[in-house]
Write a protein that binds this ligand. Structure first.
Ligand SMILES: [Fe+2]
Length: 295
């Protein structure tokens, strides 16, 4: 299973789309009705969907798998009594996936699909485009139970636990979903993978040219070992350029908070990152979760 995309709803869709194309670097795929789809250069049909709507909501984080994986997940979701949609034979979107949506413990909406269309061609990378959505992080007051739910119904594994976050994987990427301690149940941030560090810094330069400064970074994280640069998009959510994410396999030993302690005044490997806690905190209050119709 892989994290393919995140679907958001917000007002001023066109303004968001314009920003996500330039300076952020995504490529517009198409618009269907009130939703615009944007992709990275990897061979996924899209990375981000922006639907016009008054409220700022996460509609879903979409995982793609084989039909057997998706159907087995649907059975486990039903058996656990989780709130879920009915089975959808074909979502009207690029890729034409079949599957369902369910909610995590605090309403975070996951969609699990098997795409009917073959993957699109990889786009030539010129240092402009993010490759893909790398991970999505949700705020939660039930970090351990929320993580266990993804383990139970989707077969996720915990790569690392720190004092404030759990990092979960479903493929070779060190993490694709993470849960952060909070008194809110909201979107924390969405990360986009760049091909390498040079591409990440090129993207940062493009952001600077357009008047966007980082709210945290550049730096290099502990868990996942990825380089990072966080921004607040014009729609108020925190978004991240990242690169050099650690790839792991089943031999990876799950880290504990004891393994991820920083020296005083440090919050990353390099120690140069400036962090605007107030802006990061504000961004965590912006995107809530769309409720999934119960069945
Ligand atoms: Fe991140």
């Amino acid at each position: 299973m892989h994290l393919r995309s995140v679907e958001l709803q917000m007002p001023k869709r066109q303004e968001a789309v314009d920003f996500l194309k330039n300076p952020w670097g995504l490529v517009e795929v198409e618009t269907r009705g009130s939703t615009t789809y944007l992709r990275g250069s990897d061979n996924f049909h899209y990375a981000l969907a922006i639907t016009e709507g008054a409220e700022k909501l996460v509609k879903s984080a979409t995982l793609v798998g084989t039909m057997d994986e998706v159907k087995a997940s649907f059975e486990r979701v039903k058996a656990q009594g989780l709130k879920h949609s009915e089975w959808v034979n074909e979502f009207n979107e690029p890729g034409h996936g079949a599957g369902f949506t369910f909610t995590g413990l605090e309403g975070e909406p996951f969609r699990v699909i098997c795409e009917k269309d073959a993957p699109p061609a990889v786009l030539a990378s010129d240092g402009t485009h993010p490759l893909r959505v790398a991970h999505v992080v949700f705020n939660t007051s039930q970090r351990e139970a929320a993580s266990q739910l993804l383990i139970d119904v989707l077969g996720f594994k915990v790569s690392d636990r720190t004092k404030v976050m759990n990092f979960l994987r479903c493929d070779e990427l060190h993490h694709v979903v993470a849960y952060a301690d909070s008194d809110k149940a909201t979107l924390n941030h969405i990360a986009f993978e760049m091909l390498d560090m040079d591409n990440m810094f090129t993207g940062m330069g493009r952001m600077k040219d357009n008047g966007f400064e980082t709210v945290w970074g550049p730096g290099r994280h502990g868990p996942g070992d990825n380089a990072f640069a966080y921004y607040i998009g014009p729609f108020g959510a925190c978004i991240e350029f990242t690169s050099e994410i650690e790839r792991v396999d089943d031999s990876y030993v799950t880290g504990t908070p004891e393994d991820w302690k920083w020296p005083p005044k440090r919050m990353d490997h390099w120690g140069i990152a400036v962090r605007d806690d107030a802006k990061l905190m504000d961004s965590s209050a912006v995107f809530h979760f769309e409720s999934v119709a119960a069945h």
